[in-house]
Design a protein around this ligand. Structure first.
Ligand code: GDP
Ligand code: MN
Length: 381
């Protein structure tokens, strides 16, 4: 789950990472009030779950509360790379002497958290990595040993920060960022820019924060930050129903059991020239209600033209899935053709059930490849 800048900064604050004071506003009038309370000048910042807001006109300075209101009016409703702005963060403007970059993420190949730090912040980090890779200092933390204070000092030293006051502040921020990363079960914490003010104060001016969805049950106050409005409505419905679903852009609805089989199914549909409409994993159980819920989500997508059920019965029993399909067809008016491939535990019984009921829009295929071909063909018809 990605957090908005203002939410990430709230977490930074809790972990002792300095941020500017600010207020959230959803209307120009609120932005004006916020500016009044904070004292001008302020920055009005679009809150969207995407980067590059500055370049897109989503970050604007305001010298007076009236100006803050005007800037908020311009920014609210703006489309930034497909994200509509519904909220702005109004924060006391900072004077910037230098812009650095600091992040921590997982390095999956090393199986360790990885810090990256450079004094060439502010701009795209990919650009720095490409044009002057030596300026980007990388440092792994062994998760079993945990963070050690020397690691912050090493980052700061290797990146060439010379001012002792800056060194001290940044090293402390690095330690606190590690605590924030572990404490919120994050997958990414990025500060770009980490600024130095003319007075020599170091502060996080932006935040990019991704937390692990699977850990949210342990972190109720982070889970509350989830913005259902920003999520895809189909994905929100799926979440509500406990269906594992990712919306894609094609016409063939895909339903499999187990993430591996479902991903393979998405691949095979693509391989035979089709475009998957979604990824939907029925999971290990595959009881009738689960099938009904999954079909309800898949068919809610107006782009879907056919549905491919690819079930390999292990723990999941194919007869149970077949019952689920029939029950779903009973409960809902599904007009799209459904292709079913059942294999594994109780496949024979499952196929028999489908054959006996023989719904007109149901097509059984023996293999995954044949099933995919048929579903793609039917989506085109
Ligand atoms: P992003 O474009 O989405 O990464 O948004 P940022 O929050 O990183 O802001 C982009 C740029 O706007 C920063 O790199 C700064 O140069 C500028 N900016 C943001 N806040 C302030 C501020 O308080 N004062 C000044 N002078 N510039 C700011
Ligand atoms: Mn930024």
């Amino acid at each position: 789950m990605d957090l908005y800048e203002y939410q990430g900064k709230e977490l930074f604050r809790r972990y002792g990472i300095p941020v500017s004071e600010g207020r959230l506003a959803t209307s120009p009038a609120e932005a004006r009030e916020a500016a009044q309370e904070l004292g001008c000048p302020v920055v009005v910042k679009a809150q969207v779950l995407t980067g590059g807001r500055g370049k897109a006109g989503g970050i604007r300075l305001a010298e007076t509360p009236a100006e803050a209101e005007a800037r908020a009016r311009e920014i609210l409703g703006l489309d930034i790379r497909g994200h509509t702005v519904h909220k702005v963060w109004v924060e006391r403007a900072s004077d910037i002497e230098r812009e650095y970059y600091l992040s921590i993420t997982f390095d999956r190949s090393e199986k360790k958290p990885l810090f990256m730090f450079t004094t060439q912040g502010g701009i795209d980090i990919e650009e720095v990595a490409a044009s002057s890779p030596e300026a980007l200092v990388r440092l792994h933390v062994d998760p079993l040993e945990g963070y050690n204070a020397w690691q912050g000092r090493r980052l700061v030293h290797d990146a060439g920060v010379e001012d002792p006051g800056e060194q001290k502040q940044i090293a402390a921020i690095v330690g606190n960022l590690y605590r924030a990363f572990v404490g919120t079960e994050a997958m990414l914490c990025e500060v770009n820019p980490l600024i130095v003010t003319p007075q020599g104060e170091v502060r996080a001016l932006d935040s990019k924060f991704t937390v692990d969805d699977n850990a949210l049950f342990r972190l109720p106050d982070v889970a509350k930050m989830r913005d259902l409005a920003a999520a895809d409505p189909l994905e929100a419905l799926a979440r509500e129903k406990g269906v594992t679903y990712v919306k894609l852009d094609g016409e063939v609805g895909v339903l499999g059991n187990g993430a591996g089989l479902t991903m393979s199914t998405v691949d095979v549909v693509t391989f035979v020239g089709g475009r998957p409409a979604n990824f939907c994993d029925l999971g290990g159980g595959g009881d009738a209600q689960g099938v009904v819920d999954a079909l309800e989500v898949i068919t809610r997508d107006p782009q879907v033209r056919s549905i491919f059920f690819n079930i390999f019965g292990g723990i999941t029993r194919c007869d149970e899935v077949a019952r689920g399909i029939l029950q779903a067809l009973d409960q809902m008016a599904i007009e799209d053709p459904i292709v079913v491939r059942l294999d594994g535990t109780n496949a024979k019984e499952g196929r028999q059930l489908l054959r006996e009921a023989a719904p007109p829009n149901l097509h059984a295929e023996a293999t995954m490849l044949d099933g995919a071909r048929r579903a793609v063909e039917l989506a085109g018809a």
